[in-house]
Design a protein around this ligand. Sequence first.
Ligand code: ADP
Ligand code: CDP
Length: 211
Amino acid sequence: MKSIVIAIDGPAASGKGTLARRLAGAFNLPYLDTGLLYRAVARRVLDHGADPADAEAATEQARTLNRVDLERDDLRTKEVDLAASAVASIAPVRAALLDFQRDFAQVSGAVLDGRDIGTIVFPKADVKLFITASLDVRAERRFAERKAQGVATTLEAVRADLAARDEADRTRAAAPLRPARDAHRLDTSTLDADHAFAAAAALVNQALSKG
Ligand SMILES: Nc1ncnc2c1ncn2[C@@H]1O[C@H](COP(=O)(O)OP(=O)(O)O)[C@@H](O)[C@H]1O
Ligand SMILES: Nc1ccn([C@@H]2O[C@H](COP(=O)(O)OP(=O)(O)O)[C@@H](O)[C@H]2O)c(=O)n1
């Protein structure tokens, strides 16, 4: 199969990762969850006792990030959610992570999900998807995940955290969260994962048949 790049962006808990993983499996492409890069930088900053908003400290951690950092099992906590969004607003942090993301797709193409894949990382991606869902639906999904992990929280707290992070991601100067002009928008508020996958796979097949 032709090696292609599929860029998937959208707000937190919209279903990007679920969809990206399935597309990667179906089209035999490597998958990169780029949120993990920012989470791992944030984790390292916190481990060093530094402030995630400290540009110098965060940039140093981004420049020395390695693959093992991405495999940690403590990257999806509430503390890291907010710290990741803070380090992600620092332009030199983003610059330090750019080559890794581009190199990842070099050999065999890839599916990447994040916030700026279609706008900055791969502006010429073969297929761009912008995944959304209402704040209430996304909060329910993330709350269910946290509950399954045994984390003590409330739906209201999860909703407030998502809203704050989305607002920060949308309004930052460096690579703000927004759909690329040529992105296909997919609202998963009332689409289950199977229907979201079917809609996305149809768009990928369309691109493959044109290419
Ligand atoms: N279309 C969908 N319908 C219902 N639940 C979904 C859908 N897509 C994802 N989920 C669930 O929502 C949660 C967040 O999905 P995830 O793919 O991790 O989102 P993101 O990568 O955008 O943060 C997960 O528990 C996932 O199983
Ligand atoms: N390409 C990306 C991916 C993530 N991020 C940042 O990293 C944070 C965590 O991303 P994530 O994709 O793991 O978050 P969830 O959607 O899984 O909650 C986001 O809130 C963004 O601030 C980014 O700025 N650019």
